[in-house]
Design a protein around this ligand. Structure first.
Ligand SMILES: Nc1nc2c(ncn2[C@@H]2O[C@H](COP(=O)(O)OP(=O)(O)OP(=O)(O)O)[C@@H](O)[C@H]2O)c(=O)[nH]1
Ligand SMILES: [Mg+2]
Length: 289
Protein backbone atom coordinates (compact mmCIF):
# COMPACT_ATOMS: atom_id res chain seq x y z
CA UNK A 1 0.00 0.00 0.00
CA UNK A 2 1.23 3.50 -0.80
CA UNK A 3 1.07 6.51 1.50
CA UNK A 4 2.51 9.99 1.87
CA UNK A 5 4.17 11.56 4.88
CA UNK A 6 6.97 13.62 6.30
CA UNK A 7 10.40 12.53 7.53
CA UNK A 8 10.69 12.85 11.31
CA UNK A 9 14.03 11.19 12.11
CA UNK A 10 16.92 10.06 9.94
CA UNK A 11 19.16 7.11 10.86
CA UNK A 12 21.83 5.39 8.77
CA UNK A 13 19.89 3.65 5.95
CA UNK A 14 16.52 4.20 7.69
CA UNK A 15 14.15 7.04 8.50
CA UNK A 16 11.01 7.45 10.56
CA UNK A 17 8.05 8.83 8.65
CA UNK A 18 4.96 10.54 10.10
CA UNK A 19 2.03 9.51 7.91
CA UNK A 20 -0.33 12.20 6.61
CA UNK A 21 -3.31 9.91 7.17
CA UNK A 22 -2.52 9.55 10.90
CA UNK A 23 -0.06 11.91 12.57
CA UNK A 24 0.21 9.66 15.62
CA UNK A 25 1.73 6.85 13.51
CA UNK A 26 5.46 6.43 12.81
CA UNK A 27 6.63 4.09 10.09
CA UNK A 28 10.26 3.00 9.99
CA UNK A 29 11.28 3.13 6.33
CA UNK A 30 14.41 2.07 4.54
CA UNK A 31 15.96 4.29 1.91
CA UNK A 32 18.65 3.74 -0.62
CA UNK A 33 21.63 6.02 -0.92
CA UNK A 34 20.96 5.86 -4.63
CA UNK A 35 17.91 7.97 -3.89
CA UNK A 36 20.15 10.97 -3.26
CA UNK A 37 18.84 13.72 -5.43
CA UNK A 38 21.40 16.22 -6.66
CA UNK A 39 19.75 19.33 -5.31
CA UNK A 40 22.92 21.29 -5.47
CA UNK A 41 25.45 21.50 -8.26
CA UNK A 42 28.39 22.18 -5.98
CA UNK A 43 27.70 20.32 -2.73
CA UNK A 44 26.80 16.68 -2.21
CA UNK A 45 24.21 15.68 0.40
CA UNK A 46 25.38 13.56 3.32
CA UNK A 47 22.01 11.83 3.45
CA UNK A 48 19.21 11.47 0.88
CA UNK A 49 16.53 12.74 3.27
CA UNK A 50 16.28 15.28 6.08
CA UNK A 51 13.64 15.94 8.74
CA UNK A 52 10.77 17.78 7.10
CA UNK A 53 11.17 16.13 3.69
CA UNK A 54 7.87 15.09 2.12
CA UNK A 55 7.96 11.51 0.87
CA UNK A 56 5.93 8.82 -0.84
CA UNK A 57 6.31 5.47 0.88
CA UNK A 58 5.33 1.90 0.18
CA UNK A 59 4.04 0.27 3.37
CA UNK A 60 4.64 -3.32 4.47
CA UNK A 61 2.14 -3.77 7.28
CA UNK A 62 1.61 -0.96 9.78
CA UNK A 63 5.14 -0.30 11.02
CA UNK A 64 7.57 -0.74 8.13
CA UNK A 65 7.98 0.62 4.69
CA UNK A 66 10.31 1.85 2.01
CA UNK A 67 10.71 5.40 0.73
CA UNK A 68 9.84 5.49 -2.95
CA UNK A 69 10.11 9.16 -3.70
CA UNK A 70 11.26 12.40 -2.09
CA UNK A 71 9.27 15.45 -3.16
CA UNK A 72 11.06 18.64 -4.24
CA UNK A 73 11.83 20.88 -1.28
CA UNK A 74 10.20 24.25 -0.67
CA UNK A 75 13.37 25.26 1.14
CA UNK A 76 16.10 23.75 3.31
CA UNK A 77 18.86 24.83 5.65
CA UNK A 78 22.25 23.19 5.25
CA UNK A 79 25.74 23.49 6.64
CA UNK A 80 29.09 21.92 5.91
CA UNK A 81 28.92 18.32 7.14
CA UNK A 82 31.04 18.33 10.30
CA UNK A 83 34.07 16.05 10.30
CA UNK A 84 33.89 15.44 6.55
CA UNK A 85 36.41 16.49 3.95
CA UNK A 86 35.32 18.00 0.67
CA UNK A 87 32.08 19.58 -0.39
CA UNK A 88 29.64 17.49 1.57
CA UNK A 89 26.66 19.18 3.15
CA UNK A 90 24.40 18.26 6.00
CA UNK A 91 20.82 19.40 5.57
CA UNK A 92 19.52 20.18 9.04
CA UNK A 93 15.86 20.33 8.00
CA UNK A 94 13.64 20.94 4.98
CA UNK A 95 10.31 22.65 4.22
CA UNK A 96 10.36 25.08 7.13
CA UNK A 97 8.39 28.16 8.08
CA UNK A 98 10.90 29.16 10.76
CA UNK A 99 14.41 28.43 11.92
CA UNK A 100 14.32 29.14 15.64
CA UNK A 101 17.85 30.17 16.53
CA UNK A 102 17.92 29.12 20.16
CA UNK A 103 20.36 30.66 22.62
CA UNK A 104 20.54 31.15 26.37
CA UNK A 105 21.31 34.22 28.43
CA UNK A 106 23.83 32.24 30.51
CA UNK A 107 24.92 28.62 30.99
CA UNK A 108 26.06 28.70 28.19
CA UNK A 109 26.51 32.46 27.74
CA UNK A 110 24.72 34.24 24.90
CA UNK A 111 26.71 33.57 21.74
CA UNK A 112 26.28 36.15 18.95
CA UNK A 113 28.83 34.37 16.73
CA UNK A 114 26.58 31.36 16.15
CA UNK A 115 23.52 33.58 15.78
CA UNK A 116 25.25 35.57 13.04
CA UNK A 117 26.15 32.38 11.17
CA UNK A 118 22.58 31.12 11.43
CA UNK A 119 21.26 34.47 10.20
CA UNK A 120 23.52 34.20 7.15
CA UNK A 121 22.36 30.64 6.50
CA UNK A 122 18.67 31.51 6.85
CA UNK A 123 19.16 34.40 4.43
CA UNK A 124 20.80 32.02 1.94
CA UNK A 125 17.96 29.54 2.48
CA UNK A 126 15.25 32.23 2.41
CA UNK A 127 13.72 30.98 5.66
CA UNK A 128 12.47 33.38 8.34
CA UNK A 129 14.66 33.28 11.46
CA UNK A 130 13.35 33.76 14.99
CA UNK A 131 15.77 34.31 17.86
CA UNK A 132 14.93 32.70 21.20
CA UNK A 133 16.88 33.64 24.32
CA UNK A 134 16.20 30.99 26.98
CA UNK A 135 17.16 30.90 30.67
CA UNK A 136 15.94 34.44 31.35
CA UNK A 137 15.57 33.32 34.98
CA UNK A 138 19.37 33.68 35.17
CA UNK A 139 19.12 37.42 34.49
CA UNK A 140 20.86 39.29 37.27
CA UNK A 141 19.80 42.76 36.18
CA UNK A 142 18.18 43.81 32.97
CA UNK A 143 20.52 42.27 30.43
CA UNK A 144 19.43 42.48 26.81
CA UNK A 145 22.34 41.13 24.75
CA UNK A 146 19.89 40.45 21.90
CA UNK A 147 18.89 44.12 21.61
CA UNK A 148 21.19 44.50 18.63
CA UNK A 149 19.22 41.86 16.70
CA UNK A 150 15.92 43.45 17.60
CA UNK A 151 17.27 46.78 16.32
CA UNK A 152 18.16 45.03 13.05
CA UNK A 153 14.54 43.94 12.71
CA UNK A 154 14.76 40.29 13.80
CA UNK A 155 12.05 38.95 16.06
CA UNK A 156 13.47 38.03 19.48
CA UNK A 157 11.77 36.01 22.20
CA UNK A 158 13.25 36.06 25.71
CA UNK A 159 11.88 32.99 27.54
CA UNK A 160 12.49 30.72 30.50
CA UNK A 161 11.43 27.12 30.86
CA UNK A 162 11.94 27.52 34.61
CA UNK A 163 9.48 30.39 35.07
CA UNK A 164 7.40 29.91 31.92
CA UNK A 165 8.08 33.51 30.89
CA UNK A 166 7.52 34.27 27.22
CA UNK A 167 6.27 30.80 26.31
CA UNK A 168 2.69 31.76 25.45
CA UNK A 169 3.82 34.42 22.98
CA UNK A 170 6.23 31.98 21.33
CA UNK A 171 3.60 29.24 21.21
CA UNK A 172 1.26 31.63 19.41
CA UNK A 173 3.82 32.52 16.76
CA UNK A 174 4.69 28.86 16.09
CA UNK A 175 1.08 27.66 15.84
CA UNK A 176 0.32 25.76 12.62
CA UNK A 177 3.90 26.30 11.42
CA UNK A 178 6.93 24.04 10.96
CA UNK A 179 9.91 25.22 12.99
CA UNK A 180 13.40 23.81 13.48
CA UNK A 181 15.03 24.62 16.83
CA UNK A 182 18.79 25.00 16.39
CA UNK A 183 21.65 26.25 18.54
CA UNK A 184 24.50 25.34 20.84
CA UNK A 185 24.26 22.32 23.12
CA UNK A 186 22.75 23.00 26.54
CA UNK A 187 20.75 26.13 25.69
CA UNK A 188 17.54 24.23 26.43
CA UNK A 189 16.07 23.30 23.03
CA UNK A 190 14.67 19.97 24.20
CA UNK A 191 13.43 21.44 27.51
CA UNK A 192 11.67 24.23 25.65
CA UNK A 193 10.08 21.93 23.07
CA UNK A 194 8.79 19.59 25.78
CA UNK A 195 7.04 22.54 27.43
CA UNK A 196 5.68 23.92 24.15
CA UNK A 197 4.48 20.44 23.13
CA UNK A 198 3.20 19.44 26.57
CA UNK A 199 4.96 16.08 26.56
CA UNK A 200 8.54 14.88 26.94
CA UNK A 201 10.29 15.28 23.61
CA UNK A 202 13.56 13.64 24.60
CA UNK A 203 16.30 13.48 27.18
CA UNK A 204 17.34 16.75 28.78
CA UNK A 205 21.03 17.07 29.60
CA UNK A 206 23.24 18.95 31.96
CA UNK A 207 25.52 21.88 31.39
CA UNK A 208 29.08 21.32 32.53
CA UNK A 209 29.91 23.36 35.62
CA UNK A 210 33.48 23.65 34.39
CA UNK A 211 33.09 24.77 30.77
CA UNK A 212 29.51 26.10 30.89
CA UNK A 213 28.85 24.04 27.78
CA UNK A 214 26.14 21.46 27.11
CA UNK A 215 26.92 17.78 26.79
CA UNK A 216 25.29 17.05 23.44
CA UNK A 217 22.32 15.23 24.89
CA UNK A 218 20.15 15.19 21.76
CA UNK A 219 21.98 13.18 19.10
CA UNK A 220 19.40 12.81 16.32
CA UNK A 221 17.06 15.48 14.94
CA UNK A 222 13.42 14.68 15.48
CA UNK A 223 10.18 16.16 14.18
CA UNK A 224 7.21 16.36 16.55
CA UNK A 225 3.66 16.73 15.26
CA UNK A 226 2.03 18.85 17.94
CA UNK A 227 -1.47 18.94 16.42
CA UNK A 228 -3.33 21.55 14.35
CA UNK A 229 -0.52 21.55 11.82
CA UNK A 230 2.11 22.68 14.33
CA UNK A 231 5.40 20.90 13.82
CA UNK A 232 8.65 21.25 15.76
CA UNK A 233 12.05 19.83 14.93
CA UNK A 234 14.46 19.30 17.82
CA UNK A 235 18.07 19.20 16.63
CA UNK A 236 21.36 18.23 18.29
CA UNK A 237 23.49 21.05 19.67
CA UNK A 238 25.85 22.51 17.09
CA UNK A 239 29.51 23.25 17.87
CA UNK A 240 30.30 25.06 14.67
CA UNK A 241 28.21 26.15 11.74
CA UNK A 242 30.24 25.78 8.55
CA UNK A 243 28.68 28.12 6.01
CA UNK A 244 28.12 27.05 2.43
CA UNK A 245 27.38 29.20 -0.63
CA UNK A 246 28.98 32.21 1.02
CA UNK A 247 32.48 33.47 0.27
CA UNK A 248 34.59 36.10 2.02
CA UNK A 249 34.01 38.65 -0.76
CA UNK A 250 30.21 38.58 -0.70
CA UNK A 251 29.94 38.03 3.06
CA UNK A 252 29.28 41.70 3.81
CA UNK A 253 25.98 41.53 1.93
CA UNK A 254 24.72 39.26 4.69
CA UNK A 255 25.37 42.02 7.22
CA UNK A 256 22.90 44.51 5.71
CA UNK A 257 23.67 47.30 8.18
CA UNK A 258 27.40 47.15 7.27
CA UNK A 259 26.73 46.73 3.58
CA UNK A 260 24.47 49.74 3.43
CA UNK A 261 27.24 51.99 4.78
CA UNK A 262 29.88 50.37 2.59
CA UNK A 263 27.85 51.17 -0.51
CA UNK A 264 27.52 54.77 0.62
CA UNK A 265 31.29 54.82 1.22
CA UNK A 266 30.75 55.65 4.86
CA UNK A 267 32.68 54.11 7.76
CA UNK A 268 31.07 51.02 9.32
CA UNK A 269 33.88 49.73 11.56
CA UNK A 270 32.16 51.13 14.64
CA UNK A 271 29.00 49.05 14.23
CA UNK A 272 28.36 46.24 16.75
CA UNK A 273 28.62 43.33 14.30
CA UNK A 274 31.79 44.49 12.60
CA UNK A 275 34.04 42.23 14.73
CA UNK A 276 31.79 39.28 14.08
CA UNK A 277 31.89 40.03 10.35
CA UNK A 278 35.71 40.08 10.43
CA UNK A 279 35.89 36.77 12.31
CA UNK A 280 33.58 34.98 9.89
CA UNK A 281 35.40 36.53 6.92
CA UNK A 282 38.75 35.31 8.26
CA UNK A 283 37.31 31.81 8.75
CA UNK A 284 36.00 31.75 5.16
CA UNK A 285 39.38 32.96 3.86
CA UNK A 286 41.06 30.15 5.82
CA UNK A 287 38.84 27.66 4.05
CA UNK A 288 40.41 28.94 0.83
CA UNK A 289 37.44 30.45 -0.90
N1 LIG B 1 18.23 27.97 34.47
C1 LIG B 1 17.61 27.40 33.44
N2 LIG B 1 18.00 26.19 33.00
C2 LIG B 1 17.35 25.65 31.94
C3 LIG B 1 16.29 26.32 31.28
N3 LIG B 1 15.87 25.54 30.27
C4 LIG B 1 16.63 24.43 30.29
N4 LIG B 1 17.52 24.48 31.30
C5 LIG B 1 18.53 23.47 31.65
O1 LIG B 1 19.55 23.47 30.66
C6 LIG B 1 20.12 22.16 30.54
C7 LIG B 1 20.17 21.72 29.08
O2 LIG B 1 18.86 21.56 28.60
P1 LIG B 1 18.53 20.71 27.27
O3 LIG B 1 17.07 20.91 27.01
O4 LIG B 1 19.04 19.33 27.36
O5 LIG B 1 19.40 21.53 26.20
P2 LIG B 1 19.54 21.24 24.62
O6 LIG B 1 19.65 22.57 23.97
O7 LIG B 1 18.46 20.36 24.14
O8 LIG B 1 20.97 20.52 24.55
P3 LIG B 1 21.52 19.45 23.43
O9 LIG B 1 20.49 18.39 23.25
O10 LIG B 1 22.78 18.94 24.03
O11 LIG B 1 21.76 20.25 22.19
C8 LIG B 1 19.27 21.24 31.45
O12 LIG B 1 19.94 21.08 32.68
C9 LIG B 1 18.00 22.05 31.63
O13 LIG B 1 17.33 21.73 32.85
C10 LIG B 1 15.88 27.61 31.79
O14 LIG B 1 14.97 28.28 31.29
N5 LIG B 1 16.59 28.10 32.85
MG1 LIG C 1 18.48 18.52 23.26
Amino acid sequence: MSATGVISEVFPKMANVILDQDESKRVLCSYRRGQIVDRDAEWRERSPVAPGDRVKVHLYGSKDGVIEEVEPRRNFISRKAPGREGKIMHTIAANLDFVVITSSLHEPDFSPGLIDRFLIATTVAQITPLIVINKMDLDSGSERPWQLYEDLGYRCFPVSTRTGAGLEVLRGVLKSKTSAFCGHSGVGKTSLLSLLFGETVGKVGEVSGVTGKGKHTTTVSKMIAAGEGTRFIDTPGIKEFGLIHVGPKDLIQYFPELYELQIKREPYEHLPRFESYLRIKAALEDEGR
